[in-house]
Each structure stands twice: as C-alpha cells, then as structure tokens.
Design a protein around this ligand. Structure first.
Ligand SMILES: [Zn+2]
Length: 551
C-alpha cells in the first residue's frame, strides 16, 4: 500500500478508540478490552481458528482488567508481535471541556475557542497554532497512544489481505500508565501461547508515542530500546521532641534536608551523552510522617527519587543511595551539633551531644533486624490493615511497611532505611547482551527502513537509543538478571502487594518503538500529528514487520 492509502482507515480507527474511554483505574478501563475486541473484529478480523482473537483476564488483578490479543496468520511459524497500551490518563485536567475530552472532532473547535488570546511563547499558544493548522488532532489518548494502536490494527488488517510469509500477533494492554500489570501478565503468558499456537516469536514493535515541541524531527524516531526506572526511597528517622524543647530530640527534618540536597538532581547517575543522556534523578515526594498538626517535631521524613537509567543495576543504585545518605546524615548531625553548641553558648547551658555514626540500613537489613514477619503471625493482621486499604499507591504501602518494621525492630534514630518504593522497570536495548540472537539483524532492518522512510515519506525518521518515557517495552526485552531480581525482591517492601517482577525471567524479545508523535501528552493540550500518525507510522511498521518476518 502507498503510505497515503493508510490515512482514512487509521484516522477512523483512532477516532473510534478515543471515543471509547479507558482512563486508568476506572470501570471504563475494565470494559475497554471487550469493546476493543469488537472494534478489531468489526471488519471481519480474519483469524485462522475462531479463537485467535481473545480477551485474556489478568490473573489476580484487583480491578479484573484484561489484555486483548489477536493473531493473523500468513505462512510458517515466524511471528512479529505488535504491542501497545490502551489505558489513558485521567481526563480531569480538561476542566470545563471534560465532556468532550474523548471526542476529538467536538473538542477541537472548543479548545481553539478556549485557547484564543493565549500569550505568545506559551504551550497554549503553540497548541492554538497547531489546532488551527488542522495538522493535529486533540483528545485524551489521541497521542498516548490510541493512534499507535490504530496503526497496529490497520497493519494487521492489511496483512490479512496480503498474506505474506509469517504471522502478526497484536497485543493491547491496560495499566501501562501506572504499574504495567497488563504487560507483566502478558510476558508470563506469551511463551505458553506461542507453544499452543505454534508460533516462533521473533521480535516486537511497540507503537507508543513521543512528544516533541520542536519541528517534529525528534518525534519522528524509531527507538532501539526503552529507559529503565528505579524508585529508591529513604526513610530518615530522627527523634521527636516537644517543639518548646527541640534539643530534646534529633531533627529528622534537618537530616532529611541534607539528604534532599545530596540526592536531588545529582549528576552522579547520568549515563549517555548529548540528546541521548539519561535525565537527572528527581525527587517525587518528600514528606514527614506526621498525620496531623500538633507541637511535636516529626520523628521521620519519607522521600523517594525517580532514577531513569540505561545500564545501572539495582544494586548499584541502592549502594549509591546508601552511601549518599550515610554522608548526608553525618553532615546533618554535625550541623545539628554546631547549632546546639551555639545555643548552649547563648544560654549558658550544657552542650547536648549527638551521635556521629548514624545507622543506615537497607530494607532487607531492617527486615532481618526486626526478626522478619513470618515469625509474628499477629503482625500480619496489623500490617494488612495498614497496607491493604484500597486507594493506597505502591510507595505509600512501602512507607507503612518500613515504619512498621522500624518500630518492631526497637531501633532508635538518628538513622535511615533505603530500598525501592515502586515497580522497577529494566532498561531495554537492542545492544544489550540479553537482547537475543535476532537483535543484530533487527537493528539492521530498522536502520535501513528509517533511511528509506526519509525517501518515501518526505521527512526524516531518526534512530534513537532509548525511549525516554518509561514503557511496557521493559517487560518484553527484560534486561534484569536473577541477581537484579533478588536485590529488588529483598529491598522492595510492597513486593508481594503488586510490585513483583515477572517469574519467567528467561523470556526476552528484541523490541523497538515505532509510534506517533505529537505534543503535551497527559495534558488537556494532548494532540497527535495526523499525517505522521495516520500515514507514516503504519507504513513504517508494515515495512519493518515484513522485513523481520522475511528474516
Ligand atoms: Zn503511552
């Protein structure tokens, strides 16, 4: 098909998918799987056997969400997996326009009206220009990433009409925006499904979106991998006191301030160079652990830090955090001591002394100090009531477990505990040794097709190393070793509360991302570049898939 032949079909599919809401964590996300199956089947989805288009419930998912999987057979066993997520983030930030958030054609004129008169140079002004040009389509999920899924479905249909060698398998997952429950379940299921359907899974193309506020030159990219993510936490413990007598305790806040200074935007962990460099680490939360106002100083401060990486192991990041925290606490205590000495001089009182060797433990060390949990059956009931309340996120569950074990251990501050507060994403890369035997050939194929696209599409398509937004690709390529998983399992308090890594560590597929580009995903200004998404992406995915199936 010429690239222009895709446009109307992919646009119509995008509109149908955006009009079917699927906000993460809502009942719509649960219902969407069945609706997606119906949309895929609408024009007679051609499966070899009747059951090769399936809604597959995620085992143990408290919301009872499902993956959708569909196979189109050509000849032989070689199979390319096309995958993407169908959940979207909340529509609340559309404000007054929320009723039209999932209806791009009704939303566009209303957004244009709302944005009229936006000051030049702002995101809003750029959005107004984009929407007035007619080159961009707004709506929740239009960019992230229902237009990508639409391209995948269109490629599948086209494959069915041509029947070239090989097979295409489509996988659409929920929960990418939060905990990748869909993809983690899918990777457990794929090896078995491949056996049942007699498929040889060769490689995968993810069709997620990229944001670009420039001319689109960065957005029009094929990504050869996806960034890894860890969320180290620090629980800083001081000693509380009456506010009228602060030197009777140890200020957890002062100690935490040093920890914050040391961790926030620390360049130590940055990898790669130029446009390919990984971002600086960023604190996502810093809060004391008091529930309400009173005149007692806080006993502890809880914080966690987003760390995006290319090759760093979990053990390396944990060791780094621990040594930073050790030095910070020593520095904080020195500072506390000098302020206490100054107060003693002012008041003619005795100098209060502070420990100079504060205890910094990993979560697994704290767990051991506390005598574990299994020995204390009664604890479980208490811990359950603390951690299993609906609506608590992974980090908050982790914090409650750490506080609970710290109390049980009998330890007193000053000190700190470090560990991991949320789901860990392994980095994915075609260059990694774990990428599998087809990775080298796959890289040649995308290299060639990106260059060819410069000819047939009339604009450049770049190759970039790492998809910068955290993505489901992490759980297809799967770069964690058993040793990595062991470190994570021991140091992630909420491991058994939905943050475990997949069990089938030996399954890995080389994966690239070829998806739409646009601007301001997750904002009410979310919009997708129509021509690239509806023409270039499907043609590019089609060509890469055919070449990969040919070997
Ligand atoms: Zn996405």
């Amino acid at each position: 098909m010429s690239s222009a032949g895709w446009f109307d079909g992919v646009k119509d599919l995008t509109l149908a998918l955006v009009r079917t809401p699927s906000v993460n964590g809502s009942a719509d996300e649960v219902r969407f799987a069945g609706r997606l199956r119906d949309i895929i089947a609408q024009d007679g989805f051609p499966t070899h056997h009747g059951d090769e288009l399936r809604v597959v419930p995620i085992p143990g998912d408290p919301w009872r969400r499902s993956n959708v999987i569909g196979l189109v057979r050509g000849e032989g066993r070689r199979t390319v997996l096309l995958c993407g997520h169908y959940d979207v983030v909340s529509t609340a930030n559309y404000g007054e326009l929320e009723p039209w958030a999932c209806d791009p054609e009704a939303l566009a004129p209303r957004l244009i009206e709302a944005l009229a008169g936006a000051p030049p140079g702002t995101l809003e002004a750029l959005a107004l220009t984009d929407l007035q040009s007619g080159d961009f389509l707004p709506g929740r999920g239009a960019l992230d990433m229902k237009s990508g899924l639409a391209a995948g479905i269109a490629v599948l249909r086209h494959f069915a009409s041509e029947r070239p060698p090989g097979n295409l398998l489509l996988l659409a997952t929920p929960d990418e925006e939060v905990n990748s429950a869909g993809m983690r379940a899918a990777r457990e299921m794929l090896p078995e499904l491949a056996r049942e359907w007699e498929l040889e899974l060769t490689c995968a193309v993810n069709v997620d979106s990229e944001s670009d506020h420039g001319d689109g030159g960065q957005g029009r990219s094929i990504f050869l991998g996806s960034v890894g993510k860890l969320l180290p936490f620090v629980h800083v413990v001081g000693r509380e006191s009456h506010a009228g007598e602060p030197l009777g305790g140890v200020s957890a806040t002062l100690l935490a301030a040093e920890v914050v200074r040391s961790l926030e935007w620390s360049p130590d962990l940055v990898e790669g160079q130029g446009a390919e460099a990984s971002p600086l680490p960023a604190l996502l939360k810093v809060a004391d652990t008091k529930g309400a106002y009173d005149v007692t100083t806080p006993a502890a401060v809880w914080l966690y830090l987003n760390v995006l990486s290319h090759t760093r192991r979990p053990s390396e990041v944990l060791d780094w955090a621990r040594s930073k925290v050790e030095r910070s606490l020593q520095k904080g205590l020195q500072e506390a001591a000098s302020r206490a000495a100054a107060y003693a001089r002012l008041t003619g009182t005795t100098v209060v002394s502070f420990e100079s060797q504060p205890l910094v433990l990993t979560y697994s060390e704290l767990y051991a100090r506390a005598g574990g949990l299994s020995a204390h059956a009664a604890d479980w009931g208490q811990l359950r009531s603390l951690t299993e309340q609906p609506g608590l996120d992974g980090p908050e569950r982790s914090r409650r477990m750490v506080e609970f074990l710290w109390q049980r251990s009998g330890l007193v501050g000053p000190g700190a505990v470090v560990g991991f507060a949320s789901l860990a994403y392994p980095a994915a890369s075609l260059e990694a040794s774990s990428a599998g035997p087809f990775a080298g050939r796959f890289r040649e194929i995308v290299d060639r097709e990106a260059r060819a696209a410069g000819e047939w599409s009339g604009s450049t398509v770049k190759l970039r190393g790492y998809f910068p937004g955290v993505s489901d690709m992490s759980f297809l390529a799967y770069g964690f070793t058993d040793a990595d998983v062991a470190v994570l399992a021991e140091n992630t308090p909420a491991w058994d509360l939905g943050l475990a890594q997949p069990k089938s560590g030996d399954f890995a597929l080389p994966v690239v991302n070829i998806g739409p580009w646009g601007r301001d995903p997750h904002l009410r200004l979310e919009r997708v570049h129509a021509r690239y998404a509806f023409e270039t992406v499907p043609e590019l995915v089609w060509r890469v898939a055919l070449a990969a199936l040919a070997g």
